[in-house]
Design a binder for this molecule. Structure first.
Ligand code: PRP
Ligand code: HPA
Length: 178
């Protein structure tokens, strides 16, 4: 596992002042480009979930980079994947919640029938910064009276204290930066 973590860490690049001054942007695109790094991410998430949760009903991915990792992970468990999207992208009846993020403001939306009350849900995204996005996603799932088991991210930016924001829900990150 140490080795897998190192493979992922090596693949992640930092871009200062993107997308705006003062933001150090951690870029996960090289992880996707390298099959070994990508597989390491899915392996580590799978191992964590198997060790902690005997039953999971669905994986919920956050727009847009949660969509890159969620479906592969859901396949490992032979369960479904659902999309929590930026507002205005999903047809039919939806629930929405607005939130602020490290560099802007947005609104997330989920189809009303995406989860059933009581279902056990794991949320996934590439990165936790302020936690605004993940918190909004938790709110959407909670509104449907589904059970949130855990929030998974590849990267957690510790100094922004996102984990505090999503309490009482828990976050599991593969890599941590200040
Ligand atoms: C980024 C990232 C997370 C969120 C984290 O996505 O992928 O979803 O910000 O920030 P937070 O913890 O402060 O809320 P972004 O909103 O840039 O959208 P994108 O995935 O469509 O690029
Ligand atoms: N990288 C990628 N996405 C982000 C970041 C970051 O550093 N901060 C907020 N969203």
């Amino acid at each position: 596992d140490q080795e897998k973590e190192e493979i992922i860490r090596t693949a992640i690049r930092a871009f200062p002042d993107f997308p705006s001054p003062g933001i150090c942007f951690r870029d996960i695109t090289p992880v996707l480009k390298d099959p070994l790094a990508f597989c390491s991410v899915i392996d580590l998430f799978e191992k964590h979930l198997r060790a902690n949760f005997p039953k999971i009903d669905v994986i919920a991915g956050l727009d847009s980079r949660g969509f890159l990792f969620g479906p592969s992970l859901a396949q490992r468990f032979n369960i479904g994947f659902l999309l929590i999207r930026k507002k205005g992208k999903l047809p039919g009846p939806t629930e929405s919640v607005s939130y602020s993020l490290e560099y802007g403001k947005a609104e997330l939306e989920m189809q009303y029938d995406a989860v059933e009350p009581g279902q056990k849900v794991v949320l996934i995204d590439d990165l936790l910064a302020t936690g605004g996005t993940m918190n909004a996603a938790c709110e959407l799932v909670k509104r449907r009276n589904a059970e949130i088991l855990d929030c998974l991210v590849v990267i957690e930016l510790k100094s922004l204290k996102g984990a505090q924001k999503i309490k009482p829900y828990t976050v599991h990150s593969l890599l941590q930066y200040d």
